[in-house]
Every structure is written in structure tokens, then in C-alpha cells.
Design a protein around this ligand. Structure first.
Ligand code: GTP
Ligand code: MG
Length: 207
């Protein structure tokens, strides 16, 4: 049996716990966070010859915060840089959540972007081109609705693919000088904001 540690990370309320519950079901436990009074949710997903051990981190706005919890998350990211991270973001708030992703990319290349809450996109004039986003980041990007349990199979396939990659191909990026500026540019390149929902519908249906 091969064992892999997979950490769910993202800003508060992006849907990490909903995704964690959807994937691990009842195979869950609260475990002590090393050297602290905090508890951490751990869940198991046995899958063929491998066992994926998922950890559901609390939401965090930045990796350089000074609160005890932010310090622990920062330490977790550093210590687990060679393991896989699922960056769970709210698709409808992508621009605001990209700076955290860009910062995470300076710590580890082992990231799958979970573009969660895509069901909400239908109700906004925003469209996101997942292929462009994935190409710009050089990371897999999976469209998901954790709440509706859509996209979970694609996510598991992407996790399986990650386990097959040679470790030598994985290198973190050098520091982004300004994650928020980079985030704005990245968001512009992969998104279209229509003047209204009808314009979006016409575009998507080629009318
Ligand atoms: N519409 C929609 N709502 C979702 C989806 N996934 C999660 N939510 C909702 O988003 C809210 C926050 O979900 P959580 O899973 O608690 O988010 P979290 O990232 O664990 O939050 P923190 O642990 O506080 O950082 C809840 O009301 C969920 O029901 C989704 O795919 N679509
Ligand atoms: Mg949570």
C-alpha cells in the first residue's frame, strides 16, 4: 500500500470542509495539531493500491499572518511542501483568492486547483476559462461543486495523475513580487465578465 498526504487549503468559506466531507465520508477523525492545542480534521480515502490521507485546514487569508493559527498553517505548508495540496477556491470570487494561491506556489509546486462553487457561476455574468487558467499556472484546474458533488471523479483522476509524476519535475516558483498585481493580470487573462446574464447566455450558445 502506498500512502499519500493531501492537504485542503484556501481562504475561509471556500468549501474545503464540504469537499473534505464529500471525499472522505465517515472515514474521519480529529487529530491533535503537533505542538499546539488546535485539532485538525483528518480523513482517509482508500483507493486501489493507495490510501489518500486528507487534512482539512482552517481557512487562511495569507501565509504570512502572525496569529498562532496562521503560524501553524505556514509551518504545515513548509513541512508538507513535497506532499499534495488541494487549493480550494470559490470560483465566483476567484480574483480575490488568487493571491493566496500565488503565494502557495512559491512554497510548493504540488498543487491541484479546485475551482469550487462553479454552480454559482451560472448566476453571475462571470465566465472562467479553466484551460487558460491551467496553462497560465502550469497546474491542473478542476471545476467542482463540492456541495452538489460534481467534479469529484475528475478530481480523483487528477490526484492519481499527480502520484504518477516524477518528483524531479516538481519545483516551486521563485517569489512573486506582488501576488495581488499578478492575480489581477492572471484573472483578466482567464475570465470574461459580461454586461449581463443574457449576454453571457448568448455568448455560450453562439447566438
Ligand atoms: N453553492 C455552493 N456552495 C458551496 C459549495 N461548496 C461549499 N459551499 C457552501 O459554502 C459554505 C462554506 O463551506 P465550508 O465547506 O464550510 O467552507 P470552508 O472552506 O471549510 O470554511 P472554513 O473552514 O471556515 O475556512 C457552506 O455554506 C457550504 O454549503 C458549492 O460547491 N456550491
Ligand atoms: Mg472548514
Amino acid at each position: 500500500m502506498r500512502n499519500y498526504t493531501i492537504t485542503l487549503i484556501g481562504v475561509p468559506s471556500s468549501g474545503k470542509t464540504t469537499l473534505f466531507n464529500a471525499v472522505t465520508g465517515r472515514n474521519q477523525a480529529k487529530v491533535p495539531w503537533p505542538n499546539s492545542e488546535f485539532l485538525l480534521s483528518k480523513g482517509k480515502f482508500p483507493h486501489g493500491e493507495v490510501i489518500y490521507h486528507f487534512y482539512d485546514l482552517p481557512g487562511v487569508q495569507s501565509l504570512s499572518g502572525t496569529s498562532p493559527l496562521e503560524g501553524l498553517i505556514n509551518q504545515w505548508v513548509t513541512e508538507h511542501a513535497s506532499n499534495l495540496f488541494l487549493f480550494v477556491c470559490n470560483a465566483a470570487c476567484l480574483e480575490q483568492e488568487l493571491p493566496l494561491l500565488l503565494t502557495l506556489m512559491t512554497h510548493t509546486p504540488n498543487i491541484i486547483v479546485c475551482l469550487n462553487k462553479v454552480d454559482l457561476l451560472r448566476r453571475t455574468p462571470l465566465s472562467i476559462d479553466t484551460d487558460v487558467l491551467s496553462k497560465q499556472l502550469s497546474l491542473p484546474v478542476i471545476r467542482l461543486s463540492a456541495k452538489k458533488q460534481n467534479g469529484l471523479y475528475q478530481l480523483l483522476c487528477s490526484i492519481d495523475d499527480w502520484t504518477e509524476q516524477p518528483a524531479t519535475a516538481k519545483m516551486p516558483l521563485s517569489n512573486f513580487t506582488s501576488p495581488s498585481k499578478q492575480a489581477t493580470e492572471l484573472f483578466r487573462s482567464c475570465s470574461t465578465t459580461f454586461s449581463n446574464l443574457f449576454a453571457k447566455w448568448r455568448y455560450q450558445h453562439g447566438k
